[in-house]
Design a protein around this ligand. Structure first.
Ligand code: PEP
Length: 250
């Protein structure tokens, strides 16, 4: 039985003051971690005060990215060692916005996954196809290739415990969500790829989220599907009431 994981992805939104106000408002209303992992991915700038504000609550936090070295001459980057040291549990990597706008490669994402795991955190590894790829029937091969590249060199134990977010690029921030059956089929491709590489037990254990215009009104449809274990949510995670409604729907 895989525990659901609902993760907000704030992207480059809110200020530190707004972030702390958000945490103060939701922190005593988060369901128990025994039932669902409730995560917010926030800009690295204000993760530390968010950790402090969330202390003693069931709210977990994620960085939205990190570098793959722990320290050194990498001006402007964020160290996975420093992120873990703050008490952060997750790092989102390979989001399509980072791949498209910041030219992150599969190799970068693989190195980041290794660095995150080496620092005791859980990567949330994103994958997803463009509309052109979907329309030309390339989705399954593309997704499978992204997963194979991201997991290269990871152990079965590491893969069993990580989180993969399937996010069709055409559904992110567009209000045009994938229907639940199609999302489930493609999450099934992710699971089958993990099985091909690591066997059935690992594939049954890895948690797979759907992301792309998920909101309180539609989250139940996705959570009812067998290959979908949670959601990665952008826009609908920015308001406390909406974030809490997502958690309540699980
Ligand atoms: C995302 O940021 O990963 C995302 C899926 O955004 P939205 O929910 O706004 O589509």
């Amino acid at each position: 039985m895989r525990k659901p994981i609902i993760a907000g992805n704030w992207k480059m939104n809110l200020t530190a003051k707004e972030a702390i106000a958000f945490v103060e408002e939701v922190k005593n209303k988060i369901p128990s971690n025994d039932a669902v992992d409730s995560v917010i991915g926030a800009p690295a700038l204000f993760l530390y005060p968010m950790v402090e504000a969330a202390k003693g609550s069931q709210l977990q936090l994620a960085a939205e990215n990190c570098y793959f070295e722990n320290n050194g001459a990498f001006t402007g980057e964020n160290s996975p060692l420093a992120i873990a040291d703050m008490g952060i549990q997750y790092v989102i990597i390979g989001h399509s916005e980072r791949r498209d706008y910041f030219h992150e490669t599969d190799e970068d994402i693989n190195k980041k996954a290794k660095a995150i795991l080496a620092n005791g955190m859980t990567p949330i590894i994103c994958c997803g196809e463009s509309l052109e790829q979907r329309e030309s029937g390339e989705t399954n091969d593309w997704i499978s290739g992204q997963i194979k590249a991201a997991l290269e060199g990871l152990t079965a134990e590491q893969v069993a415990n990580l989180v993969i977010a399937y996010e069709p690029i055409w559904a992110i921030g567009t209000g045009k969500s994938s229907d639940a059956q199609t999302a489930n089929e493609t999450c099934g491709v992710v699971r089958a790829t993990v099985e091909e590489l690591y066997g059935k037990e690992v594939a049954e254990s890895v948690r797979i989220q759907y992301g792309g215009s998920v909101k309180p009104e539609n989250i139940k449809e996705y959570m009812a599907e067998e290959n979908i274990d949670g959601a990665l949510v952008g826009g609908a995670s920015l308001q406390p009431a909406s974030y809490l409604a997502l958690l309540d729907a699980v």
